[in-house]
Design a protein around this ligand. Structure first.
Ligand SMILES: [Zn+2]
Length: 265
């Protein structure tokens, strides 16, 4: 099986799909990581722009290594920034869908991809680059004829519960308003994947994103996760969720069985 995992910025691959990618690689599948941008407008303590993009590229390669990815490709767009206001020449959020989809489709064809992971219809928490991953992923899969598209998401119901239990709601909620337009309600999720066996790889991948785990402005999801003690980390990071495009809702556990069936239900 050849799995191509498409993400907006370095660190998204570890946060949303790290366990699934590590499991796929460990089971002998070819895992290819594609990012649209190098995250030059991300939150960091140091300088942003080109210098941050170069630093985050190195971090991405280290993360991919930890997860067992065979190849890392970059579509070469500019990060649009969290509020979409970062000035840049070629912001991914503004890129024509057809143009970006052709860039991704070329990689999908070259790899003979069996499955593409992208993002849910809400672009997770609504970052303009994440919304673009949803649109571009769907179109690229169409262009390249990839049979299975799994849209990475988070189970909104369990995230709400967990944040409340952990007392993290106050820290995250300003940037992560858990209303009805973020992530996916449990009823619409098609794949809920237990990745607890692959938490060491997922943690190593998160840790590779040093620029996102150190001081800086705004909410630090990577830093917060890495500070959690083992059992809590397992509760928060031990499961990953997907919505398969075109499939009826109702959680199935095994992404890999779906892929083996070539997406047939
Ligand atoms: Zn992102």
């Amino acid at each position: 099986m050849i799995l191509v995992s498409f993400h907006a910025h370095p660190d998204d691959e570890a946060l949303l799909t790290g366990g699934t990618l590590a499991r796929a690689a460990a089971e002998g599948h070819r895992v290819v990581l594609v990012v649209a941008t190098l995250g030059g407008a991300g939150l960091a303590a140091g300088p942003r722009g080109e210098a941050l993009a170069a630093r985050r590229h190195r971090e991405l390669l280290a993360s991919a290594d930890a997860l067992g990815c065979a190849r890392v490709a970059v579509l070469g767009y500019d990060d649009s920034g969290l509020d979409g206001s970062h000035p840049a020449a070629e912001r991914f959020a503004d890129a024509p869908v057809e143009q970006a989809a052709h860039r991704l489709a070329a990689i999908l064809r070259e790899e003979h991809a069996d499955v593409l992971t992208s993002y849910d219809v809400n672009g997770g928490y609504g970052h303009p680059d994440h919304l673009a991953v949803h649109r571009v992923g769907a179109r690229a899969a169409e262009l390249a004829g990839v049979p299975v598209v799994l849209e990475a998401t988070v189970d909104r119901d369990s995230l709400r519960l967990l944040l409340r239990v952990l007392g993290l709601a106050r820290r995250w909620l300003p940037a992560l308003p858990l209303g009805d337009t973020v992530f996916t309600p449990r009823a619409r999720i098609t794949h809920s994947v237990d990745v607890r066996r692959y938490l060491p790889q997922k943690r190593a991948a998160l840790r590779a994103h040093v620029s996102q785990a150190e001081g800086g402005r705004g909410p630090r999801t990577v830093a917060t996760l890495l500070r959690l003690p083992g059992p809590l980390f397992a509760r928060v990071a031990g499961r990953e969720w997907f919505v398969q495009r075109g499939a009826p809702a109702g959680a199935r556990d095994d992404v890999f069985a779906t892929v083996r069936r070539g997406g047939s239900q």
